[in-house]
Structures are given as structure tokens and as C-alpha cells.
Design a protein around this ligand. Structure first.
Ligand SMILES: NC(=O)c1ccc[n+]([C@@H]2O[C@H](COP(=O)([O-])OP(=O)(O)OC[C@H]3O[C@@H](n4cnc5c(N)ncnc54)[C@H](OP(=O)(O)O)[C@@H]3O)[C@@H](O)[C@H]2O)c1
Length: 295
């Protein structure tokens, strides 16, 4: 049984890149755990035993409200804004007490539409929908996932040793693995003693490690002395152009926006104190731990 007498039942919407890591932690902690999955999902693996599985249609309010009956907390690990807004409304109608929206990145509470990518602004719109229906929210800010970032898709090609980074690479960045995010969130829910006010979301700002990109390149070089590691430093102005060009290539513009935001200190400098000390036994992985595992 979970330690919390407040939260007994949790619904996880979308068990993808992050949700698939949160799900086993919820089950281990003893929550009655329901996974929401789309009827037309193209996922190719099954869910762990112990999880209740409900097929939903995010376009059907009644399918969502039915699936959330008796649920205390919804964790949305979806990336689709409209699906999440529909889920927020249904959660309110079903009597859910706390909603954890699909944040799990850089702090987004003080952003302006004109300065962020539409994907990031979508997160702000979901926060607004939570406020407008009057549902308590918990926002988790953890910076980039350490275990999904060092790959060619994000410019860190470990096969060729070619690394493309934006700016000078000297800005401190918050890094946290998906498992450490999942552990912290589940611990938080297990020990919760009250729900936050619907007028102001609770925030958990956590960080597994803090390293600049150049420090990470140094660690990587030390771990791979045989590889000819070359770094391309893309000027900020050039990256800004790519990030703003959402019309030509939406995903490319988003990746560039992320790299830029890290260089500009968006992962650490948004006025939120770290909450790591709330759970001293957390002991998250460092960037070096992860790079060693990936070696
Ligand atoms: N900090 C970081 O580095 C980082 C990296 C990646 C993601 N994130 C954040 O983590 C959260 C979860 O992202 P993720 O990468 O885990 O998501 P994801 O793997 O892309 O998707 C999660 C699940 O959402 C469902 N889904 C997909 N398309 C949908 C749609 N159009 N409508 C409704 N449901 C849909 C799917 O589940 P079913 O098929 O079962 O329905 C999918 O498995 C987001 O908030 C994202 O911003 C952070």
C-alpha cells in the first residue's frame, strides 16, 4: 500500500518515452494504477501486470470521464496539447483531485508566447486550462532527460563522435534521468499530505546533475579516448533563425529551440529553487553515470 493516505488511485495517460518508466514505479509503490491508452494506439508492447488498462478516445469526453472514475491523481505524459486539455476537463468532471500535466522539462511558468516554440507554449496553455477549470496541479521541472539526449537526433552523435552544440557550451544545464524523475514524482505522491490550491500550481523543480555542454564533452572524451570527438559550435544567431522557422520544419525548429534554451540558461534560471532536499535519499544519477552506461 502507498504511504500516502491521501492518494490511492492514479491514472497515467500515455505510457510512452516517459510514462513507460513512471508506470512500474507507481505499481511498485502500491497505487491502484490505471493506464489510459488510445483505441487506435500503435504501441507495440504490452503493459506490466498489475496495471489496469482503459482504452480511451481523447475526442470523447464521456470516454475520459468514465475512465477517470474514482481516480485521485492524473499524470499526463502526453505531448498532444488538445488531448491534454480534453483530459483536464474530464478530470475535473470526474472529481480528480490533482493533475500532473506533461511538463517534465524546463520551467515554463514565466514564459511569453513570443519567446518560445509553439510546443512549449502549449504547456502554458494546459496550465491555463487547469486554472480555468479549478483543478489542482503539480508541475515537474527537471531539465532535459540525461538518458535520452546524447544521440544523433539531438546533435550528439556517439557513433561518429560529431557533436553539434549551440552557442559556447558554457551554460550550466539541469539534467535528470527519466527514472529519477519517476522516482521523485512517485515518492512525492506517496508522501503527500495536502493538495495544492487550484489557483496556484505546486512546483517540483528537481535536478539530477548540473553540467555545461563543454563539461559533458570533456567527460565523453575521457570515457572514449579512442574516438576522434569533434565539436561544431553553432552561433546563437544562426540557431535562432532555425528555431523561429516553424513553417519549414516544425520538429527541426523545436530541437533547435531546445538547444538554444539550454544555452540561454532556461533550464536553471527561472526563479525556482531546487526541491532536491525534500527527499535526501533520492540520490539521482549524474551525467557521467549515464554516459558510462551508454558506453
Ligand atoms: N526533458 C526532456 O528531455 C523530455 C524529453 C521527452 C519528453 N519530455 C516530456 O515528457 C512528457 C511525455 O513525453 P513522451 O516523450 O514520453 O511522450 P510520447 O512518448 O511521445 O507519447 C506518450 C504517449 O502519448 C500517447 N499519444 C501519442 N500521440 C497522441 C495523441 N495525438 N493524442 C493523445 N495521446 C497520444 C501515446 O500513448 P498511447 O498510444 O498508448 O495512447 C504515447 O505513448 C511530455 O511532457 C514531454 O514534453 C521531456
Amino acid at each position: 500500500m502507498p504511504a500516502s493516505s491521501l492518494v490511492k488511485s492514479v491514472a497515467l495517460a500515455g505510457a510512452g518515452t516517459l510514462g513507460s518508466v513512471i508506470l512500474p514505479e507507481l505499481l511498485k509503490a502500491g497505487f491502484v494504477t490505471t493506464v489510459l491508452t488510445r483505441k487506435d494506439s500503435n504501441r507495440d508492447s504490452s503493459f506490466p501486470s498489475g496495471a489496469l488498462v482503459k482504452e480511451v478516445d481523447y475526442a470523447s469526453s464521456s470516454s475520459l470521464v468514465d475512465a477517470l472514475e474514482g481516480v485521485d491523481v492524473v499524470i499526463a505524459t502526453l505531448t498532444d496539447r488538445d488531448a491534454q486539455v480534453a483530459l483536464v476537463k474530464a478530470a475535473k468532471e470526474a472529481g480528480v483531485k490533482l493533475f500532473v500535466p506533461g511538463e517534465f522539462g524546463n520551467p515554463t511558468t514565466n514564459i511569453e508566447q513570443s519567446e518560445v516554440h509553439p510546443i512549449i507554449y502549449g504547456k502554458k496553455q494546459i496550465q491555463d486550462s487547469l486554472k480555468s477549470v479549478g483543478l489542482s496541479a503539480l508541475l515537474i521541472f527537471n531539465g532535459p532527460f540525461t538518458d535520452t539526449t546524447f544521440n544523433a537526433f539531438l546533435g550528439f552523435d556517439t557513433t561518429t563522435g560529431r557533436i553539434r552544440l549551440v552557442g559556447k557550451g558554457d551554460t550550466p544545464i539541469s539534467w535528470t534521468t527519466r527514472l529519477d524523475v519517476a522516482r521523485f514524482l512517485v515518492h512525492h505522491l506517496s508522501t503527500l499530505t495536502s493538495f495544492p490550491s487550484p489557483s496556484e500550481p505546486a512546483i517540483l523543480r528537481i535536478e539530477g546533475d548540473r553540467k555545461t555542454y563543454n563539461q559533458i564533452v570533456d567527460i565523453y572524451r575521457r570515457l572514449h579516448p579512442e574516438q576522434d570527438v569533434r565539436v561544431e559550435y553553432v552561433p546563437v544567431k544562426e540557431a535562432e533563425k532555425i528555431a523561429k522557422d516553424v513553417q519549414s520544419d516544425f520538429i527541426k525548429s523545436f530541437i533547435e529551440f531546445l538547444l538554444l534554451s539550454w544555452e540561454k540558461g532556461a533550464t536553471v534560471d527561472r526563479g525556482h529553487e531546487l526541491d532536491n532536499a525534500r527527499w535526501p535519499e533520492w540520490k539521482p544519477k549524474s551525467v557521467e553515470d549515464v554516459l558510462k552506461e551508454q558506453a
